[in-house]
Structure formats: C-alpha cells, structure tokens
Design a protein around this ligand. Sequence first.
Ligand SMILES: [Zn+2]
Length: 303
Amino acid sequence: MLTVSNYHYIRNNFDTKYPSIFGVTPLKFKEQLLLLQNEGDIIKPKELLNDINGVLQSPENKFLITFDDGLKEQFDFAIPILDELDIQAIFFVNSMNHQEKKVSTVHKIHLLRSIISTAEFLEKIHKVEGFSFSNSEKDKAEATYIYDDKNSAVLKYILNFKLTFIQQEEIVKELFEIYFNEDEVLDSLYMSEYHIKELAKINCLGSHTHSHCPLGLQTSDVIKFELENSKTFLEKLTNSKIEMVSYPYGTPETCTNEVADFAKEEGYKLGFTTKRGKNTFTENQLLLNRFDCNDLPGGKNYR
Ligand SMILES: [Zn+2]
C-alpha cells in the first residue's frame, strides 16, 4: 500500500501583502516526516521503481514524498532535512522554465496575487481588449465559489472557467510584465540546471510536463508534446532516465485516461494525480492517487 504526500512551496516565511502563496515551513516539513516515519516506511523513488507491484501489493504502509514545480526553495530547504533523516523525495520539474526561460503561468498568478489586490487584478483583466463578463456569469461565479468573497469568486471563475489556457496565459503575461522581471523571477524561483543534475544523480528527478498546462483539456498533439518534450529535455540534460511524471493540477479533468495512455506510450512507468487516496495493486499505475501534505498526519487539515 502506497501513500504519497505532495509538497510545493517550502519557506520560513509566507508573509506577503496579499496572502496567495501557501506551503510548509522547513520545521513543519521535518515534523511531518517524523510523524509519517512512525506510521510506516518512507521509501526512495528508486526503491519504488524497482518494485512497483511489490510496494502496491504490500500490506505494510509505504510512503513516498513528492515535490511539484521544481522550485529552488525545495532544494535549499527540503534537501538538507531529507539528508538529515536519510530520506529521499522525488522532485517533478517543468522543462519550459529552463528550455524557454519562461515562468509558469500558475506561478505568475501566485506572484501577482501576492502584490495586488483581487479588485486590482480584476480591474486589469476588464481592461483587456474584447473582455466582457456578464451579470449572469457573476452569479455563476458566486455560486461556484461559495466560500470566497465576491471578487475572489469572480477572479477564480474567470481564470478557471471563462478563459482558455492560452487566453489566461496572454492576460497573465501582460500583467506580470508590469510588475516583475521575468529573468529575475526565473533565477530566484526555480532550481538551476545544476540542481536538476544533482537530483538526477540520486534518482530523485521526475517530469511535471513542459509548460504546466492542464493536460486533459488540450488536444492529443499538445498532450503528447508536453509529456515527450519534458522527458527528452530532462533526460538529455541529466543523462539519466525519467520514468515518473506528475500531472499539473492533477484533477480528474486534467488527468484523463487518454493522458495516462499517452504517458505510458512515452515510456513513463508511474504517473501521479492529486486525487486523494492510498494506492493498492488495483490502481492504474499512470494515475496514482496523491495526498496534499496538509491532508496527512501533521498537516493543517488532518483530523
Ligand atoms: Zn504544479
């Protein structure tokens, strides 16, 4: 039985003008690893790859630690703690940040929302040529995001439902360029190629696809490209084999059976979603379940 715990940001301080970046502190991360170690074995990525069926069929609790997005802070803060406890994790990296030197749209949104209010963000979107948002759409937005204030509900609705990924990319890019220098963000936010090579040396590197787009909503050609290009790029860069992929967002509409089939065709052995749950031998190995770290012992939402 395999339980996977997933992490993104790890830093000492999450204070921003508008809270929009969430994650764990190094202290919380270490505490959680110790708690998980009490409940079972935390296995290394290579151990899993060497005996996938054995791990999934095992009656014992096995844990895998995963990090998405290839952030530099993961290397700086998580690796020393993992080393200290003699644990390994797998780090899923996007190739676009390195190959095209572009910041992922998802991170541009996090950064923008940390320095401008939701109202300002909306105001800027409304100024984009040709953009309109009706009152009935507003009602739908509020009904969809009942726990958010009105502005946040509308913004989330626009980003997630109203715009295609390409439209979202364009609008966010325009806004991002007003407030940030892309090269500086690339340097400070993401691991360097050196870091990536170091991770590959210890078999701790996986693909998070090329550009962090929602795979299941793309055409077959785009899905294949995202899976294939990131694998080839990382393999060439590190002279190693990339056999695990985590799908961006990881929701059911982004991780379809078609996506899993393409991942298998491209030579991936394991694929990870963000569907909560443990994994046994009945799971599709290209669509494994994964908990957000907050939902496991030691996490914010764990009861
Ligand atoms: Zn991600």
